[in-house]
Design a binder for this molecule. Sequence first.
Ligand SMILES: *Cc1c(COP(=O)(O)O)cnc(C)c1O
Length: 401
Amino acid sequence: MSTELKVPFSKPSISEEEEKAVLDVIRSGWLTTGNVTLEFEKEFSNFMNSSVVNNNVQSLAVNSNTSGMILAMHACGVKAGTHVITTPYTFVSTAACAKHLGADVVFCDIEKDSYNIDADKIQEILEKNEKTHKYNFTAIVPVHIAGTVCNMKKIMELAKKYNLKVIEDAAHSFPSLTDMGYAGTIGDAGVFSFYATKPLTTAEGGMICAKEPALIKNMQMMRLHGMDRTTWDRYTSPKASWMYDIIAPGYKFNLPDILSALGRVQLKRTQEFYEKRKHIAEIYNREFSKLDFVEIPPDCQGNAWHLYLLRLKLDKLKIDRDDFSKQLQTCGIGISMHFIPLFHFSYWQGLDSSFTKENYPNAEDHFIRTISMPLWPDMTEEMAYMTIDAVKQIGMENYAG
Ligand SMILES: *Cc1c(COP(=O)(O)O)cnc(C)c1O
C-alpha cells in the first residue's frame, strides 16, 4: 500500500553526510555509546541553550523518548503510591511510563481550541484535590502536540504552588521556541524523540534535557544499569576497566554511537528541515482556509510544525473522518491519526471507570474529526497540491453544507 502512495505520509531526509557519518562510526571499531554520543549531547545542549531565553540545560542521549520519560519520571519521584497529571490526547507511552514505575495516571482534558492539555483544568484538579486529598501528585506531564506549545507559564506556576515536578513530553516540539525558551527546556525535564518520523531522527532514539545536577546524575546512572561509571569512562580512564559499583537497579537505555552519528548531522540541518515543513504548512493553511468543510490546525508562537492536523467540519459533510481518510488513501495520499485518546483503549478503560469519552469532551471532539496530513522536509510543493486537490475533491463529492 505505502509503496503505491503518490504522497507518503512521512519520510526522513537522509543525505550523503548522514551516510558518511554512520559509516565512519562503523569503521572506527567503537559502535556503542562513546565519544560520538558525548559530542551529540554537547551539541544538542548548545542548540537548546543558544536562544535568547537560555534555560541552561544539559542533555542525556537515550534509546527512545519512552525510556527517557521513564528515567525522568523516576528521577522526579514518580513511583507506587503517587499520581501524575497528563493528557489523554497523546501517544500511549507518555502515560504508560508512569504505570511502569507503579504510579497512577489522572487525565486532564485538552483545550477546546487546541490539542494541548488545558492548564485551567489542571488547576481545577489540583484545587479539588486540596480538599479531597484523593491523589498524591508528584508531576505534571504536558505534551506539546504537533509542535504547538502548552501553556507552560501557567503550568510552571501551578507546579511551584503545589510543589510538583514538570516533565515535558517534547516528542513533537523540536524546535519550538517560546519566550520561555525552547519547549523541552522549560520544565524540570523535557524529553525529545528521534523515532523515524520525528523532526530529527536517529531511527530510534531520544534526548533528555534537564538543569538540576542531582536529577541529571540520577538519570545518567539509571540509564546504564545503575553503574557509577559510564562505559566510555571505563574504557578510556586509567582506572581498571572492570572496576565499577552498582548503586541501583538501573535500565539499559543508552544511545549507541552509530545512531548518534546520524543525529549529529540531522541536528545541523534543523533550520533547513523546519523551514521546509513550515513552507508546506503555509501552503496547506492558505489553501485549506478557502474550504468551508475543514478547519486549519491551531498555531502558536514557535510552532515547530511537526504534524499538520486537519480537522473536518462534520456538519458540512455527509461522511465521517474514517470514510474521508479511506478516500484520501485511495487517492494515494498517505495519512495518519494523531492520536487515539487513551480512554479509547481497553487497558486504560479497565484501570478507571472515569476514563470515558464523556469525561474528556474536547479530546473526543478533536479526535473524531482530525486527520494528520503528509508533512516532511523533502515533500515537494507538487505533493502538497496533490494532497490539497484530493481533500477538495472528496469534500465536494460528499458536501452536505
Ligand atoms: C513518538 C512519541 C512518543 C514515543 O517516542 P519513542 O521515541 O518512539 O519512544 C512519545 N510521545 C509522543 C507524543 C510521541 O509522538
